[in-house]
Design a protein around this ligand. Structure first.
Ligand code: HXC
Length: 510
């Protein structure tokens, strides 16, 4: 017995050493942690239960039978984050460059299957040279099996990808199908074809960082949801995100103790909206003043800043926030902001997270760039996402709600439950100046008449009361009491239940 225990311990020690001390040192020298160090930081202390520590590949080509490292380049298992179960895989770059073999993929598939069966999130830490070149199609088959599981798990359990090294070629499509992608600045990259192929095919000269680094994907492509300074920060932020999320689509998000009075009055909000209707103000201030303890987890902070998306808590319960940002492009909707917000709304709806929408939107951004880029189709995504969402929906209009954008932004007409407006709201087809120039075209040469018509239009529509008379606005509320009103509204909706007509699946404009 003693001998066999020694054998077990020796094997475990060998497995834990991955590709050996030299490669671990090289990993550290690049500012990267090892696969196991990352798991240790991600999960609660001593909570990790590993699967398949001794699995080895079965390849016999190209001398591979000479090197069959334990674990085959990926560490898999489950553990807890603040006491709640998650499944995790962490690719080990020190072992054959973290490359994906048939058996490596099978290990990932095993924990993905278990996560779906047991209703717990899947967190994938990616650090891999891609398909194990020695294995050829067996490796591709492995990727295909992982992809299929990403699809089956989508909308069932939250899937989070953390990119902490290379992630290239078709390998990018597994993270791409997960709910959130986080990257680490300077040490991670994602691209379908690398700089060398790009140079050969298009003659463009670009570095890996420029082509697919964290900055590119958080600012330009929107492939990634956030970028962090290092592995430690990224993993801490994943823990923070998991705290906002339900474990699966049948479970409610966790309820945290809260130390912030739901009825807290914020008198400063009464002057948040400037007197000049064209002056910007920071919508994030409103979000922070509504949220429990001013805690806001922003998603895609660096992309399409004219709309803000992220999670807060109200009375300890998670709420997804979508808000126009008047500081950027006057808060208008465009292709990027519509796509960003639509995906966020659909995530919330899939996982029963109520949605708070804060509206100050002058309309859709005009221009050939937008029309040629398909703003019709992309704008429709957000409209569609709001209209199909059956979770509790509460909307607060702070200032402008013009035209189609008024309808899109969780209006009453899209089955929103509570629609509040501040007294500063202007709910109309368009701004007074534009409206006057169209309906009083004959008077365009007479500035006095135009000024009068504009004032008349403003008096009629630059307020929330016409919409309130129709019942499109449930109540005109005082800005200072927004947190209380919104908290009470969501509290009243906790048992909301809406049935959708049967369909195989919808056909959202893609
Ligand atoms: C087998 C690999 C490997 C791979 C790296 N290694 N990638 N082994 N298959 N795909 C091994 C290296 O041989 C090396 O082994 C060790 O991992 C570390 O690699 P280095 O090259 O020394 O590291 P570095 O200089 O940091 O470069 C990392 C890298 C480079 C940029 C990822 O290794 C690389 O270009 N690898 C090949 C990438 C690639 O073409 N993959 C296939 C893409 S196609 P030793 O023993 O020397 O330490 C693909 C399709 C997926 O992925 C399709 C899904 C549908």
């Amino acid at each position: 017995m003693k001998d066999i225990l020694t054998v077990l311990n020796d094997r475990r020690a060998a497995a834990r050493l991955g590709g050996g001390q030299k490669r671990i040192d090289a990993q550290h020298a690049r500012g990267k942690l090892t696969a196991r160090e990352r798991i240790d930081l991600l999960l609660d202390e001593d909570s990790f239960e590993e699967f398949d520590m001794f699995v080895g590949h079965r390849c016999t080509d190209f001398g591979m039978e000479q090197q069959r490292p334990y674990g085959d380049g990926v560490v898999t298992g489950w553990g807890t984050i603040n006491g709640r179960m998650v499944y995790v895989f962490s690719q080990d770059f020190t072992v054959l460059g973290g490359s994906v073999s048939e058996t490596h993929a099978r290990k990932i598939c095993k924990i993905m299957d278990m996560a779906v069966e047991n209703g717990a999130p899947i967190i994938g830490i990616n650090d891999s040279g891609g398909a194990r070149i020695q294995e050829g199609v067996d490796s591709l088959a492995g990727y295909g099996e992982v992809f299929q599981r990403n699809i089956m798990a989508s909308g069932v359990v939250p899937q989070i990808s953390v990119i902490m090294g290379p992630c290239a070629g078709g390998a990018v499509y597994s993270p791409a199908m997960t709910d959130f992608i986080f990257m680490v600045k300077d040490t991670s990259y994602m691209f379908v074809t690398g700089p060398d192929v790009v140079k050969t095919v298009t003659n463009e000269v670009v570095t890996a960082e420029e082509l697919g680094g964290a900055s590119t994907h958080t600012r330009k492509s929107s492939v990634a949801d956030a970028a962090f300074e290092n592995d430690v920060e990224a993993l801490a932020e994943v823990r923070r995100l998991v705290d906002f999320l339900p474990l699966n689509n049948q479970a409610k998000p966790p309820v945290r103790p809260f130390f912030d009075e739901p009825g807290r009055v914020e008198t400063s909000l009464d002057t948040l909206v400037p007197e000049n209707a064209n002056s910007p103000y920071d919508m994030k201030e409103l979000i922070l003043k509504i949220a429990d303890e001013a805690d806001f987890y922003e998603i895609q902070e660096d992309f399409a800043k004219n709309i803000i998306t992220g999670f807060i808590r109200l009375e300890g319960r998670t709420v997804g926030v979508v808000a126009n940002q008047p500081m950027v492009l006057a808060g208008c909707l465009d292709i990027d902001s519509s796509r960003k917000a639509a995906r966020f709304v659909r995530f919330c709806d899939a996982f029963e997270i109520p949605i708070l929408t804060l509206v100050d939107v002058p309309g859709f951004l005009p221009g050939t760039g937008q029309e040629y880029g398909g703003v019709i189709k992309h704008g429709a995504k957000l409209l569609y996402a709001y209209g199909e969402a059956t979770v509790p929906k509460v909307t607060v209009i702070t200032r402008k709600a013009y035209g189609g954008a008024y309808v899109v932004m969780a209006s009453k007409h899209l089955r929103s439950d509570f629609n509040y407006a501040w007294p500063t709201s202007e709910i109309a087809v368009m701004g007074a100046k534009g409206a006057t120039e169209i309906i009083h075209r004959a008077d365009l040469g007479d500035p006095e008449k135009i000024a009068k018509h504009t004032a008349d239009y403003e008096a009629r529509f630059a307020n929330p009361f016409v919409a309130a008379e129709r019942g499109f606005i449930d109540e005109v509320i005082q800005p200072r009491s927004t947190r209380m009103r919104v908290s009470r509204a969501f509290a009243s909706l906790r048992n909301k239940s809406v049935k959708m007509p049967w369909k195989k699946h919808d056909n959202i404009p893609l």
